[in-house]
Design a protein around this ligand. Structure first.
Ligand code: FAD
Ligand code: NAI
Length: 467
């Protein structure tokens, strides 16, 4: 008999949530993690530390530039970067310790070391001191996540040329920060360092920021960030980064080709995406199939082509988001316990935690046009929302896209303060198959920012009240 019903490799949001759910359902479960702490990329070097720095740097900016508008006089506002980093580290430690506690509470055995699949039902754990042990198990879930995508010819030293990990732990505010990639990492961490005093230039290959999000959102968001002081070089490619005695020289040229130019920076952040992480797992030996992007190929039950081996999270297809990994973790645990776990990929919210925030769920206008789906759009600006006016946070809008025939909500896109929380109500509504009329007829508390969601729903049928 196998010692375990399930061994999960990797304890990021996908892996640890999967292990807890499996244990709740009575499966004898173990996890293998090569880091010293649980929580994966998200808790250690991703979601949590970036949000802690976004929160702290926003407070700094408020105190520096906005308190006076509220009639609060402060003087001598000073940055203590070391302390701010300590605040971030405390948030990380609180979260990773929390996961350790939850795994113990649920009686999940935890092995520290690198997991290698020695064959179906066998996971070898190699610890840092070279010692190893073999775990026997009925099923294996691979939840090994992702790693930073490299820019060919550009070496990341985490000092001058940094990935997100280095950018979350800089020892001083760079005078000039050059960010490669106007995706979510570039804009979140670019915002952090701009607020703390850096001159930030973002170089993006495409002709827009946040590709994949709704086009109108991208345009308005870029305008807002530019107003805040971020500089953008769109349709531009980086052809070389040369580390000098102090800082770096970055050669850029138009994406379509043309005159090269050299930009100087103290720190360069490479944020051009992430790639699935499968190194050291021994997948070639057991014959697990991968796709052409290096992701583990799975079916609708998260099963690979090898019996008893499953995969979830960043290492498989789909958005690289913590909550997507978590929901897949729950679903695969339920499937292994004989239930019918399921993830609705049509309703996965996507949030950028800048100020203002950007939040989106479902289809964009571009996707609906491409798919030939007729829709009605209802839009409401925060300039017309009472609470936003009272708070002085009027940048942005809510846009609801509803099917022209059935009125079913197909997508919602928000730029605005607290957009990440506002998107939750429409995600629930979409899970229940709501129409825009359902949202429009739901009583929303006054004065709240959520009234902008209701008004956007009313605007789908051209009957918004406050515009
Ligand atoms: P991971 O979290 O990457 O965890 C995988 C774990 O597996 C790691 O701990 C790794 O050490 C371990 N591992 C790998 N190989 C082995 C092996 N052979 N043996 C043992 N252990 C192994 N997403 C959001 O939804 N919201 C955010 O705000 C957000 N912010 C982010 C900010 C940054 C800077 C970054 C980089 C990412 C952010 N993400 C965010 C993305 C999020 O971190 C990932 O989508 C999420 O962590 C994926 O979870 P996962 O469980 O698949 O993998
Ligand atoms: P991304 O895919 O979001 O953005 C990368 C950007 O770099 C794109 O705009 C792309 O066009 C551009 N790019 C690619 N190659 C380039 C080049 N050679 N020169 C210039 N630009 C180039 O990737 P990012 O920002 O690195 O984040 C990785 C992933 O981490 C995200 O996709 C997301 O899944 C996750 N994440 C999520 C967060 C959240 O949910 N708030 C926060 C941070 C990360």
């Amino acid at each position: 008999m196998s010692a375990y019903d399930l061994v999960v490799i990797g304890t990021g949001p996908g892996g640890y949530v999967c292990a807890i759910r499996a244990a709740q359902l009575g499966l004898r479960t173990a996890v293998v993690e090569k880091r010293a702490t649980h929580g994966g990329t998200c808790l250690n070097v991703g979601c949590i530390p970036s949000k802690a720095l976004l929160h702290a740097s926003e407070a700094f900016e408020e105190a520096n530039h906005h308190f006076a508008d509220l009639g609060i006089e402060v003087s001598g506002v000073k940055l203590d970067l070391k302390k701010m980093m300590g605040f971030k580290d405390e948030g990380v430690a609180g979260n990773t310790k929390g996961v350790e506690f939850l795994l113990k509470k649920n009686k999940v055995d935890s092995y520290q070391g690198t997991g290698r699949i020695a064959g179906a039902g066998r996971v070898e754990v190699v610890s840092e001191d070279g010692g190893n042990r073999m775990l026997e198990t009925k099923n294996i879930v691979i939840a090994t996540g992702s790693d930073v995508a490299a820019l060919p010819g550009v070496a990341i030293d985490e000092r001058i040329v940094v990935s997100s990990t280095g950018a979350l732990a800089l020892g001083a505010v760079p005078k000039k920060l050059l960010v490669i990639g106007a995706g979510v990492i570039g804009l979140e961490l670019g915002s952090v360092w701009r607020r703390l005093g850096a001159e930030v230039t973002v170089v993006e290959y495409l002709d827009r920021v946040l590709p994949g999000m709704d086009g109108e959102v991208g345009k308005q968001f870029q305008r807002i960030l530019t107003k805040q002081g971020l500089a953008f070089r769109l349709s531009t490619k980086v052809t070389g980064v040369e580390v000098a005695k102090k800082g770096a020289k970055v050669t850029v040229e138009p994406a379509a080709g043309g005159q090269a130019e050299v930009l100087e920076a103290d720190v360069v952040l490479v944020a051009i995406g992430r790639v699935p992480y499968t190194a050291g797992l021994g997948l070639e030996t057991v014959g697990v199939q991968m796709d052409n992007k290096g992701r583990i190929q799975t079916d609708s039950h998260f099963a690979t082509n090898v019996t008893g081996i499953y995969a979830i999270g960043d290492v498989i297809a789909g958005p690289m988001l913590a909550h997507k990994a978590e929901d897949e973790g729950v679903a695969v645990a339920e499937i292994l316990a004989g239930q019918s776990g399921h993830v609705n990929y049509g309703v996965i919210p996507n949030v950028v935690y800048t100020f203002p925030e950007v939040a989106s769920v479902g289809k964009t206008e571009e996707e609906l046009k491409k798919d030939g789906i007729a829709y009605n759009a209802g839009k409401f600006p925060f300039t017309a929302n009472g609470r936003a006016k009272a708070n002085g946070t009027t940048d942005g809008f809510v846009k609801i896209l509803a099917d022209a025939a059935s009125d079913r909500v197909l997508g919602v896109h928000i730029v605005g303060a607290d957009a990440g929380n506002l998107i939750a109500e429409v995600a629930v509504a979409m899970e229940f198959g709501a129409s825009s009329e359902d949202i429009a007829r739901t009583c929303h508390a006054h004065p709240t920012l959520t009234e902008a969601v209701k008004e956007a729903a009313l605007a789908v049928a051209k009957r918004a009240i406050h515009v």
